[in-house]
Design a protein around this ligand. Sequence first.
Ligand SMILES: [Zn+2]
Length: 205
Amino acid sequence: MVEIPAGCLDDDPGIRPMRHIFAASRAPWYDISDNLPRVDAYPPGNDSPVIDWPDRRSKKPGILHGSCLCGAVEYEVSTPIRVTRNCHCSRCRKARAAAHTTNGFTETAGLTFTRGDELVRNYKVPDARTFTHSFCGKCGGALLNPRSDRSFVAIPLGSLDDDPGVKAVDHIFTDYKAVWFDISDDLPQLPEGPDQSPAALFKDG
Ligand SMILES: [Zn+2]
C-alpha cells in the first residue's frame, strides 16, 4: 500500500475524502464544516500506536510559537495576525500537497527564528513574481520566509503550535481549487483572488 497526498495529483482521482481522522487533534483555527464521519484517532480497524506529540506551545504571554515537523526550526510571532486566508491556487496546493493552504499575515518585524534558521530552505517558483515555498531542510515541514525588503510575512498556520485566536476569513483563487475538495463552509469565495494583496494591509501598501 502507498499513501498518495491528494494535493500532488494533477488529475481527478475520482474518489473523495470519506472521513476525518485524528479530528480531536485538529488545529484550533480550523472548523470541520462538512458532514463526513469523524474519528478522534486512527480509523476503526487500525490499531497502530498513537505517539505522544511534544508540547511546543509558547511559554511567553502574547507570543505565538511555531515549528517544523522535526522541531529543529522554531520561531516566535509577537505581532497580531491581521488577516488569514485559505488559498486554493495551484502553487499553494503543490507546496502543501494538500487541498489548500491557510496563511496568516503579520508584520515581518514580529517574526523571530529562535532555533535552526540555518536549516530553512526557500524555493522561489521561477516564473512567479514573489511566490516562495519555505521549508525545513531536515524534515520538509512548511515554514515561512521573512524578507527584510517586505513589511509582511505569510505564516502557514499549520506550523503554529499555539492558537492564533483567528480563523480564515475567505477562500481565494477558488477557480483553481482541487476537484476532489468541496468547500462546505459559508466563507466568501473569491474565484480569482482578493482585490488587494496583503501588502495593502501593511506599510508596503
Ligand atoms: Zn524540521
